[in-house]
Design a protein around this ligand. Structure first.
Ligand SMILES: Cc1cc2nc3c(=O)[nH]c(=O)nc-3n(C[C@H](O)[C@H](O)[C@H](O)COP(=O)(O)OP(=O)(O)OC[C@H]3O[C@@H](n4cnc5c(N)ncnc54)[C@H](O)[C@@H]3O)c2cc1C
Length: 319
């Protein structure tokens, strides 16, 4: 196999720059081709200096822990950035009920840190197997709360290496306000989120909060195929939360007879039919084709045109 040529004259870095790195191991689905180059920045300064020095024509894509995406079989052109390692996972309790956390921190780690510090209101994050960066981009949520509800401010860098910061919805201050909707944010597409300030809803005994997290996780394990190679909800529910008589994607998929449906090594989860799973041999093309088949059947049976919630990125075929 020939790897794509590395973009010429890449800037020096203190972190790691890995040409042709396979991306499948960095995603929950375990499918997809390589990045032209994978950059694991050492810290914010390393990230900013690299972006500033990088030829503006080279595309940059940031990945979280890959729990909401399909990397296509041809991989991702240009630079793929992943914020991983101890530095990017740092979480610090601030005054009262606020926490500062870097964007590479796992949502579960943030929920646990909040619990240890007696802060309530962040338990829901323990149900989402992503990182805070991904949670921001997708306005991740479950059990009645979303990332936007707890966001005080976020910091990051634009593609040109300049700093950017936003305040959370409805929060006071001079920063521009970040806007979110169901599983979506209007933040600039090229923004790499690096740090968040989050605020809980109150305080309680740490053991009580930890028990709530444990209960929430047990509930998840019963209803979702969390040990499979999956990427969570494939399609957004057609009606946002709170809509009267809200239709859910899984019910429409079930009614269309798609539970357990297969294309190649990809299958609609028999446990939760808004989840696709890689049974072991799936390619990204199998998963995408299965998703499109489900969409077509749902459209035919119910007239609803489901919208992909899972992000699909990259080239269909290797170069
Ligand atoms: C078993 C399972 C259960 C799930 N349950 C839920 C649920 O209940 N609720 C829910 O909302 N989601 C759920 N998900 C989906 C997923 O976990 C969330 O969308 C999560 O927030 C994605 O985070 P990530 O780090 O994996 O991001 P990725 O999947 O890696 O990326 C998602 C998007 O975020 C962008 N991104 C990642 N990091 C950054 C960054 N630092 N700056 C800017 N953009 C960034 C990526 O470019 C991409 O567009 C589930 C997934 C699985 C596998």
């Amino acid at each position: 196999m020939t790897l794509p040529p590395l973009p010429p004259d890449l800037p020096e870095v203190r972190g790691k720059l890995i040409p042709g790195a396979e991306l499948a191991p960095y995603t929950w689905f375990r499918v997809g081709g390589p990045a032209d180059a994978l950059f694991l920045p050492a810290d914010e300064e390393d990230l900013a200096a690299f972006l500033k020095a990088l030829d503006p024509a080279i595309p940059v894509t940031v990945l979280g822990v890959g729990s909401n995406l399909i990397v296509r079989d041809g991989g991702i052109p240009g630079i793929v950035i992943r914020l991983m390692g101890k530095y990017w996972g740092e979480i610090e309790a601030l005054d009262g009920i606020t926490l500062s956390a870097r964007a590479g921190a796992l949502d579960l780690a943030v929920a646990k840190a909040a619990a240890e510090n007696g802060i309530t209101g962040l338990e829901f994050l323990s149900g989402i197997p992503g990182s805070l960066g991904g949670a921001t981009r997708t306005n991740a949520g479950c059990y009645g709360a979303e990332l936007r509800d707890r966001l005080v401010a976020l910091h990051g860098f634009r593609r040109d290496g300049s700093r950017a910061a936003y305040r959370g919805p409805g929060k006071p201050g001079a920063l521009p306000e970040a806007h979110f909707s169901y599983r979506h944010t209007d933040l600039p597409e090229d923004l790499i989120v690096t740090r968040l300030i989050l605020e809980g809803t109150g305080t309680d005994d740490p053991a009580t909060i930890s028990a709530a997290i444990t209960a929430l996780q047990a509930r998840r394990a019963e209803t979702q195929p969390i040990k499979e190679k999956t990427s969570g909800s494939t399609f957004a529910n057609p009606d946002p939360p709170g809509t009267p008589d809200q239709r859910s994607a899984w019910k429409l998929i079930d009614a269309a007879g798609c539970r357990g449906l297969k294309v190649g090594g990809a299958q609609v989860s028999p446990l939760h039919c808004n989840f696709l799973i890689n049974t072991g041999t799936a390619t990204a093309a199998d998963l995408e084709a299965l998703g499109e088949l489900v969409r077509a059947r749902v459209l035919e049976t119910s007239g609803v045109d489901l919208r992909w919630e899972v992000r699909r990125m990259g080239r269909a075929q290797r170069v």
